[in-house]
Ligand binder design. Structure first.
Ligand code: IPE
Ligand code: IPE
Ligand code: MG
Length: 230
């Protein structure tokens, strides 16, 4: 059985470009191609949810040119891939601060979510303008506004997509050993897989290797192996 939910921190686009003496935006263009490859691979593998970290709440620190380029790519991806979503039954969703997105991107995300709402295959969750701390803050804000007591369950129920199970496996490409604010709440018991391969170089085989590694892990959730014998 493949993991039900995989999250990917798609990192290394800039380094991929620099290695080739190209501009960073070229790396993002190749990164988009990798995203398309890996969405198909996850769909073929029978994964139910794939969360792609495309733009963090901290990525606004980058130049206006780079930010604009990334947003443009996302918009194009949402518009141009509709046939692909239909053929593969892919449902598009979003996590992150929707209100803080440029209006035209927000509009395309909403449209793609509407148009793919009834598709029953892989759900692709675009983490765009996403920060783990920001998501928790917004959840707590909703709770307080609703006058609900602050329990773990209640926080979980007020996150961006409460129906989506926590990620089983979180992949980070390009080698950094940090979460960079990705799915902080949901990743409490996720298995991590860090790969040195830069995101634009990722292929189906790399996903297969990550999943095979995941399948060897023993998930204990704080318990002891094999049960509770003394
Ligand atoms: C990941 O690649 C894409 C985004 C964060 C949007 P980077 O652009 O962070 O690439 P590096 O880390 O500079 O190589
Ligand atoms: C994480 O990558 C964010 C995304 C992949 C969208 P960054 O490149 O922003 O992370 P840091 O700055 O290396 O922590
Ligand atoms: Mg990076």
């Amino acid at each position: 059985m493949p993991p039900q939910h995989i999250g990917i921190i798609m990192d290394g686009n800039g380094r991929w470009a620099r290695k080739r003496n190209q501009v960073r935006t070229q790396g993002h263009l190749e990164g988009l191609k990798a995203a398309k490859r890996l969405v198909k691979a996850a769909s073929d593998m029978g994964v139910s949810y794939l969360t792609l970290y495309a733009f963090s709440t901290e990525n606004w620190k980058r130049t206006q040119e780079e930010v604009g380029f990334i947003m443009g790519l996302v918009k194009r991806y949402l518009i141009e891939e509709m046939d692909f979503y239909r053929q593969n039954g892919i449902r598009i969703r979003h996590t992150g601060d929707f209100a803080g997105l440029p209006v035209d991107i927000g509009r395309e995300i909403r449209r793609a979510m509407e148009d793919t709402r009834d598709f029953r295959g892989l759900q692709v969750i675009l983490a765009l303008n996403y920060g783990g701390r920001d998501e928790i803050r917004r959840a707590v804000e909703r709770l307080v506004r609703a006058g609900v007591s602050v329990t773990e369950d209640a926080i979980g129920q007020h996150l961006d997509n409460p129906d989506i199970p926590d990620p089983d496996l979180i992949i980070r490409t390009a080698g950094e050993l940090r979460t960079s604010n990705f799915l902080l709440w949901e990743a409490a018991y996720s298995e991590y897989y860090i790969s040195d391969i830069l995101w634009p170089d990722w292929t189906e085989a790399d996903l297969t290797a990550a999943v095979a590694d995941f399948q060897k892990r023993e998930r204990r959730y704080g318990g002891v192996p094999g049960g509770n014998e003394p």
